[in-house]
Design a protein around this ligand. Structure first.
Ligand code: ADP
Length: 598
């Protein structure tokens, strides 16, 4: 039988059973009440008959009537009366029924002697008064309304409620059955290899089993994600694990990496992070945000990222702090958020930007110095042009001197600009030389001319010691001139007035050139003799503070020498002087372009 037909049959049975049950119950109750009232009427009638017999023997009809009053007061019957044949009603609970108050000496003696039912509602009991006549006591039963209808209605109501409960139960069973079917088919799919929660999910409206199944799927997914995350974090770094390569790469990074979880505890830190922050790696890995990071702004950023999943990237530069070997070193901290299985973590990238900062500062200083250095020759050129215009026509000697200075200052300007260009070429790795034949005589003549005035101005004796024969050699004329300008220029710059600068030139027969520039200047601290060849480096000697310079000349000169396969060496002693020796070997490849990365 189909469930729906069974349900209808069940409802019909319950309602019929309820109706029949109600009717039977009501009828039995009616009968019980009637029988009870009849028994009561019979008992009252019998009692009144016995008493009336006694009272009437003594012709005391008044007592019979009092008895009626007592019966009326006692209740339990509708009415009661004493009837004498041929005389009528002599006493009654209903005073209006009494026909006569006078009792005759005798009256008819009818045949009634025993109880007999007068009707369905009245019980009659006879009595006889010896020698006078007989009588009848009529007791009317109390009539109560039938409870049959009410009983049937109540039973039907109960039946209706039962049917309602039956329907509800049935609906639940049907829903549960549907959920079971859906879960069973999802289980079948899972057995066939389906793992996606979306595909295995069933309609949650279907009821408790379906909801429980869906919740179980959600918990399974959350658990697998947690297990996967933990496995990644736990196995990362173990040889042969999937995360080993990534962790090894992080460990090899020069920048520090720290990952904080949402409770701001360190879940990963590489070696560089410990070195940069001055904390041992063990302490770092067991640390918390507050124990690892001193800077309040960085802590705030990590908290913002982990607690509110706020800004995705945040950058701040900080000084390294006292717990490190180099407290002045500058660090750049970048905080980023990482989403991992529903939790937001924060990653900290810590980079050492000290060198970058130094280079930035040097570059800024260089721009300032270069501007300053450009201004001097430009001012000189302007002044001598004015002088040549004003006085040149009258005095040809003044004009010649002015033009001479203008020429020399223009070349100085050219050198500065060339240095600046070379520096950018070194930085870009594109500095190159063009090897050709260099006429050494012309080159050293020009150098002498360029520095004679400057040396005289500063009262420095500038001596060029040239070999008697000045053959040509192979090299890039302009670049070698640039390097020599820097060496001779430095000799004059860093030698106090009254000193001496010797330029000694050797031109070996095998080719190339060796030029040493020796001065009697301030000298260089032995610790700084190599560092002065670094770009933007200037010695820490306080005496050079007022001397303009960019810290680029020697770096450039050494780069040029090395591009030729040669080098520059320095020997120096503080307060005694310095000797820079530039050596350019014979060029083997003949004419052409040579370049190398910086
Ligand atoms: P700068 O423009 O500062 O002269 P250089 O690269 O030419 O740059 O020189 C680098 C540093 O080397 C100088 O700042 C100076 O401290 C030191 N130096 C170079 N030549 C001499 C020298 N002849 N005597 C003393 N110190 C020198």
């Amino acid at each position: 039988m189909r469930p729906r037909a069974a349900l209808i049959a069940g409802v019909a049975i319950v309602m019929t059973a309820s109706g029949v049950g109600g009717w039977l119950g009501g009828r039995a109750a009616d009968r019980r009440a009637e029988s009870m009232h009849r028994d009561h009427a019979r008992a009252v009638a019998s009692l009144v008959a016995a008493q009336s017999d006694l009272f009437l023997r003594a012709s005391d009809a008044a007592s019979v009537r009092r008895l009626m009053l007592d019966i009326h007061d006692a209740g339990g019957i509708a009415a009661c009366r004493v009837v004498l044949p041929g005389v009528g009603v002599i006493a009654s609970t209903n005073a209006g029924e009494i026909g006569t108050m006078e009792l005759p000496e005798t009256w008819a003696d009818s045949a009634v002697r025993a109880e007999r039912p007068a009707s369905d509602a009245t019980v009659e009991v006879g009595f006889g008064v010896p020698g006078r006549g007989s009588g009848v006591v009529e007791a009317d039963m109390v009539r109560e309304p039938s409870v049959l209808k009410d009983s049937v209605l109540k039973a039907l109501l109960v039946g209706g409620v039962l049917c309602g409960l039956l329907l509800l139960g049935f609906a639940r069973v049907v829903r549960g059955q549907r959920a079971m079917v859906a879960v069973a088919s999802a289980l079948n799919a899972a057995c066939s290899g389906e793992r996606r929660a979306d595909a295995l999910r069933v309609d949650g409206q279907a009821g408790g089993v379906a909801e429980a199944w869906n919740t179980m799927l959600d918990e399974r997914d959350a658990l697998s994600a947690q297990i996967a995350d933990r496995a990644v974090l736990e196995t990362a770094g173990q040889p042969g694990s999937d995360g080993a390569a990534g962790t090894a790469a992080c460990d090899a990074m020069a920048s520090g990496v720290i990952v904080f979880d949402d409770s701001q505890e360190v879940v990963y830190a590489n070696g560089a992070a410990g070195v940069l922050l001055g904390i041992s790696r063990d302490a770092l890995e067991e640390g918390t945000l507050d124990s690892v990071i001193d800077d309040e702004a960085v802590r705030g950023a990590v908290r913002e990222v982990t607690e509110t999943a706020g800004r995705s990237a945040w950058v701040r530069d900080i000084v390294r702090g006292d717990n490190s070997e180099d407290p002045d070193a500058e660090l750049r901290v970048t905080v980023r958020s990482i989403e991992l299985s529903g939790t937001t973590m924060a990653s900290l990238l810590v980079e050492d930007i000290t060198q970058q900062r130094l280079a930035d500062r040097s570059r800024n200083a260089f721009v300032a110095q270069a501007t300053h250095e450009l201004r001097t020759p430009l001012t000189n050129i302007r002044l001598y042009v004015e002088q040549a215009i004003d006085e040149g026509d009258e005095d040809p000697a003044i004009r010649a001197e002015a033009l001479n200075v203008i020429g020399s200052e223009s070349r100085r300007l050219e050198r500065i600009v060339s240095d600046m260009l070379c520096v950018s070429e070194i930085e870009a790795g594109s500095l190159s030389i063009r090897v050709g034949s260099v006429r050494s005589e012309a080159l050293f003549d020009e150098l002498q001319k360029d520095y004679r005035a400057q040396a005289a101005e500063k009262s420095i004796e500038l001596v060029f010691d040239l070999p008697p024969k000045l053959p040509a050699f192979e090299g890039d004329r302009d670049r070698i001139a640039q390097a020599l300008h820097n060496l001779i220029g430095n000799g004059l710059k860093y030698t106090p007035p009254g000193g001496r600068v010797d330029v000694r030139v050797e031109l070996p027969e095998s080719g190339g050139v060796i030029v040493s520039v020796a001065d009697t200047g301030i000298g260089i601290d032995p610790d700084e003799c190599e560092r002065i060849f670094e770009r933007f480096y200037r010695a820490s000697d306080r005496r050079i503070a007022h001397v303009t310079g960019s810290g680029l000349g020697l770096a450039l000169a050494r780069e040029i020498a090395r591009l030729h396969g040669g080098d520059i060496k320095v020997e120096s002693a503080i307060d005694e002087g310095s000797t820079f020796t530039l050596s350019i070997p014979a060029q083997s490849g003949g004419e052409g372009e040579v370049g190398r990365a910086a």
